[in-house]
Design a protein. Sequence first.
Length: 187
Amino acid sequence: MRIQTGIYKGRKLKASRNLSIRPTTSLVKEFIFNVLQDFYFEKIVCDIFSGSGGLGLEALSRGADKIVFVEKNSSSLKILLENIENLGIDTSKYRVLKMDALLFARKTDMCFDLILMDPPFVYPPLQELTEILFENKIIKAGGMAVIEHEITNPLAAQSKFYEIVKQKKFGRSIISFLIPAKEVHDE
């Protein structure tokens, strides 16, 4: 696994040996960042279910201002911290939270321009988590969430909190791009 573009281009990232943890493939990562173009530039980004940090570190490499990593698995956190150290990232550019994603969404007072999420394929509360992120305005007006999820665990096409602006299928994965529903941020 490597950083594809930006200031850390070509740098190798460590990944978990645990086969149940599947990092985002290079093809999917390339698609996500091609769709986003420069959306992440000078933005505050959150990588939920960050694992080894592939998505968040790619955003940081491409010009994100700051990244918050949210991961509860201790072995994944260890690899993430090794990747951050190996890249020599200044501590002012990131924050790592060892925390369950739902707990984070319910408790945080932070707001983000972009949320990247790659939950486990079997993650029943995906819809609930997604609704909370938008309902609690954790995603700023004009912001976006990009979620890689299993095809058998789709997101509701209709929500009073978000709208899906783009989706693409990659094998067993769907990549969904969501923005806040207009009326949520107009309140």
